[in-house]
Every structure is written in C-alpha cells, then in structure tokens.
Design a protein around this ligand. Structure first.
Ligand SMILES: [Zn+2]
Length: 283
C-alpha cells in the first residue's frame, strides 16, 4: 500500500510546546494517553468510513483534538454516515466499560479519559461528533442549511457557557485554563466547520451532484408553502437524502415545482425571487 504519511497527515506545530509543557509539569503520561486515545478514536472513524467507500483526504492532529476530512462522506447513506460518526465515541465508551469491569480499582486515569472523551464528544455542537450526529438526524427533516445554522448557533451558546464554567473553575483552582482554551478553540473551529459544510453543499448544488449521488433510494418530500416564499429559503430546506416537491396555491390553483426546477432557477436566475415569479415566467 502506497500510503504517503505527509500527504494525509498534518500535525499542528503547537503540539511540541504543549508536549514540553506536559513534561515540565509532570503530566507527560496523561498527555500521551489522551493523545493516543483521541488518535485511535479518529482512526476508528476513518476505518469505518473506508468500509463504506469514503477515503481519507487529510487527518489534522492538533493538541486540542483530531479532525479527519473524508472524501465522498456526504454521498453515503445517512445511516452509514451516522455509524461512521458514532463509531469513534462508541470505541471510547466500550473501552471504558471493558476496563472498568476488568480493572476495578486500577488504571483510573485511562478509564476516566475514555469516559470524558466519550461524554465530551456527545455534546451536540460543532466540531464534535454529537453536532454531526444531530446534523445527520435532522438534515432530511428540516433541511441541510437550516440545521447547519442551528448547530452553529447552539455551539456559540454552549461554548460561551463552557467559557463561563472555565472562569469559575479558574477562580476555584487557579491556573487551570484547559476548559477555557478548549471552549475558545471549539467556538473558533465551529465557524470553519459551518463554512465548510455550506461550501460543500452549494458546490454539490452547482455541479448537480447533490441529488445524483450514490443513493439507491431517495425519499420524496412534498411540502406546501405560500406563493411568496423565496427560492433561497426552499434551497435551505433541501438535503442530500430527500427530493423536494414544492407546491403552492396560486388563486385556488395548486402549482407544483420539482426540486430540479427550483435548483435551476436558483442557479441561473434570481435566488431572492418568489415562487409565483417562476410560475409567471414559465406561463
Ligand atoms: Zn470523533
């Protein structure tokens, strides 16, 4: 296997000063344990994704967490996406349960680290697994862009609460700034996660790849909206797993447009036009 590590793995240089700091403060063993656990957690995601036909584009290793960019991830079935995202935290939970039952009163830090990684990752915010699970669960129901915006706002609120907790923790235990740092990092990185998701969505829309991806079955969703509904708002309701048929009443007559018609109008005409504008232009 011709696996070029440099091409696939990017290590953040900040890992070196943090590593030195952990040696100086006598926390080297703990730092290494957490680094190893989160790296294996990420490798589990990659291996499961590989099984479903996704390929690794890049693995970012930073002192505050790992992130794998997977090719074709949006084009696999929602259930498979869900399994890929859940596999990482599930690995930590299983490891915790096994260790806890075998080594009842030893390996305390190892057990605690697995439990914390599991619980922390289940927060429904970006860029954590919980945020991605929430996105997969709701994108076909409310629309991809709408859920993407919602999770970004939720991340802003939760990270702010975590920063406040961090400040209180710092008053009680001075110089313990890890929670503040992690919360600030989450707030910062969530914006790039949101932006990347939005770019991928619109890019696939432009290349018409969104609906003609690898799904064998696409759910049809029929909705009825007002005739002055804006095209852009309908586009935000679409997702990879559903095909929308949008209907509206135009003077007691029910008019229906398919998602393809809406996408074509969105890309080639005015995104802020109303549904009745397409109808009047067409007839
Ligand atoms: Zn994960």
């Amino acid at each position: 296997m011709n696996f070029k590590i440099k091409k696939f793995i990017k290590i953040n240089p900040f890992i070196i000063p943090i590593l030195c700091l952990s040696i100086l403060s006598d926390y080297f063993k703990e730092f290494l344990t957490v680094l190893l656990l989160v790296t294996i957690h990420e490798i589990i995601h990659i291996l499961v994704a590989y099984k479903f036909g996704c390929k690794l584009e890049k693995l970012y290793i930073t002192p505050l967490g790992q992130k794998a960019i997977l090719k074709n991830f949006n084009k696999i079935m929602p259930i498979k996406k869900f399994i890929v995202v859940l596999s990482g935290p599930l690995f930590n939970l299983i490891l915790f349960l096994i260790c806890d039952s075998i080594f009842y009163d030893s390996f305390e830090f190892f057990k605690k680290a697995n439990l914390v990684i599991f619980l922390f990752n289940m927060f429904p915010i970006y860029p954590l697994d919980g945020g991605r699970l929430l996105q997969i669960l709701l994108e076909d129901i409310v629309g991809f862009i709408i859920i993407n915006k919602f999770i970004l706002n939720l991340t802003k609120i939760i990270s702010l609460i975590l920063i406040l907790f961090g400040l209180i923790q710092n008053i009680l235990y001075p110089f313990n700034i890890s929670l503040i740092l992690i919360s600030m990092y989450i707030r910062f990185i969530s914006i790039s996660e949101y932006t990347n998701n939005t770019i991928i969505f619109y890019k696939d829309l432009v290349t018409q790849e969104k609906k003609y991806c690898k799904y064998n079955i696409l759910k049809i969703k029929n909705i009825i909206v007002g005739k002055d509904y804006i095209i852009k708002d309908i586009i935000e309701k679409t997702s990879w797993g559903t095909y929308l048929n949008v209907s509206f009443f135009y003077y007691n007559k029910l008019i229906t447009f398919s998602e393809s018609e809406i996408i074509n109008y969105f890309l080639n005409e005015n995104a802020y036009s109303k549904l009745e504008d397409i109808y009047l232009k067409k007839y």
